[in-house]
Design a protein around this ligand. Structure first.
Ligand code: FES
Length: 137
């Protein structure tokens, strides 16, 4: 504790007295290079304390909001968007000999493929296609 007491009562005041702080703002123009070097640690500490004070006054930093995902990253752009999840149930007995189910989410007949994946693949360079359900004979 004695070290702290000596620092606060003696060392710090002596340091502050030794700083070449001019009496007016215009006096800063007359400071020499070595004066500026002597002021740098003091200015740095004052700036840091100011920063900490402002930060404390503004409260804890707000968590950065996750950037909104680009809607184009969504696979499903328009089908049943009002539903939390798109689920289609197909009765196997109703399947014909061959049925194609869309996997690109662009079909106007979703869940069935209408060939829209071709335009999507052309536009985007993607390579999606349907699931083809075929009955063995
Ligand atoms: S239209 Fe989507 S896979 Fe064919």
């Amino acid at each position: 504790m004695e070290v702290v007491s000596k620092f606060v009562k003696t060392t710090l005041p002596n340091y502050l007295k030794s700083l070449p702080i001019p009496k007016s703002l215009g006096g800063f123009a007359d400071l020499s290079g070595s004066d500026w070097v002597a002021l740098l640690p003091f200015v740095g500490i004052v700036a840091y304390i100011t920063y900490l004070s402002i930060t404390a006054l503004l409260g804890p930093s707000q968590p950065t909001k996750q950037p909104q995902k680009d809607k184009n990253e969504a696979v499903n752009l328009k089908i049943q968007k009002e539903c939390p999840k798109v689920v289609n149930v197909v009765d196997l007995e109703e399947l014909g000999d061959k049925t194609c189910y869309c996997r690109c989410w662009r079909s106007k007949k979703f869940p069935l493929c209408d060939g829209s994946h071709n335009a999507h693949n052309e536009e985007t360079g993607d390579n999606v296609g349907p699931v083809v359900m075929k009955r063995n004979k």
